[in-house]
Design a protein around this ligand. Structure first.
Ligand SMILES: N[C@@H](CCC(=O)N[C@@H](CS)C(=O)NCC(=O)O)C(=O)O
Length: 235
């Protein structure tokens, strides 16, 4: 198990007193891979200043298919968040939602019910459509192939889905009364950020509003800390 020492130490400083030492086994465990969608959850957990341990999976090496991981998350996907009572949450939206509701003080979600429903709608779009339909065609093209000759077409289809999706999101960013992207971080910010992060690394040109959102995110201290912890020294 790899422990995010910085996270842990900061959390320990905040939460422990001299008389109540905390066992590592008492804290939540985030199963993650640097630079993947789990980065969005990692940012939320750091924003909440939580004490947690991080277990890093090497996706290309096939760690997610190992029996010990499948015993925790039979889908073999990351992120997985194992709570301190052993419950495993195995979906980005579910984890983000749980974190936001468990620690409402940080206002990772809007308070108003209608705005919350809209936030959920958009979170599902970012994770299920941009990532789940678009980027998976680019990163795991082989899953969509009937014939090897289709590879380029599928990748192109993925890029088109991502770009169209980002243009839709750019419209949301222009709203003044929507549930996202205000002065404090929201679950939507981190879900959008990991998608933008991938798009930038693939050399895609972000719509202007998304580029501005991406830059604002990169300048947030919490995002810089997480990216450093995940091994990104230069952006
Ligand atoms: N719907 C899942 C999907 C997450 C997902 O696709 N994660 C990627 C890494 S960013 C993964 O685990 N890929 C391995 C796979 O698709 O089996 C979620 O929201 O957590």
């Amino acid at each position: 198990m790899v422990v995010c020492v910085q996270t842990l130490v900061r959390g320990l400083q905040k939460q422990l007193n001299d008389f109540m030492p905390l066992e590592i086994s008492d804290v939540m465990t985030l199963y993650m891979t640097p630079g993947s969608c789990s980065t969005g959850i990692h940012i939320l957990m750091e924003e909440l200043e939580l004490v947690f341990s991080a277990h890093v999976l090497n996706l290309p090496a096939g760690d997610r298919q190992k029996p010990e991981y499948l015993a925790i998350n039979p889908k073999g996907t990351i992120p997985t968040l194992v709570l301190d009572d052993g419950t495993a949450l195995t979906d980005f939206v579910a984890i983000a939602w749980w974190l936001a509701r468990r620690w409402p003080g940080k206002r990772l979600l809007p308070e108003d019910l209608d705005q919350q429903a809209l936030a959920l709608d958009r979170l599902n779009y970012l994770v299920g459509h941009l990532h789940g339909q678009g980027f998976t065609r680019i990163f795991t093209t082989e899953r969509y192939l009937l014939h090897e000759s289709d590879r380029e077409t599928i990748e192109r289809q993925g890029k088109t889905l991502v770009l169209k999706g980002l243009h839709r999101v750019a419209n949301w960013l222009g709203e003044t009364d929507g549930p996202l992207f205000h002065e404090h971080l929201s679950v939507l910010d981190t879900a959008l950020f990991y998608n933008e992060f991938w798009a930038v690394r693939l050399g895609m040109t972000l719509p202007v509003a998304c580029q501005a959102h991406y830059e604002a995110m990169v300048h947030r201290p919490v995002v810089q800390r997480v990216l450093l912890e995940e091994g990104y020294r230069e952006l």
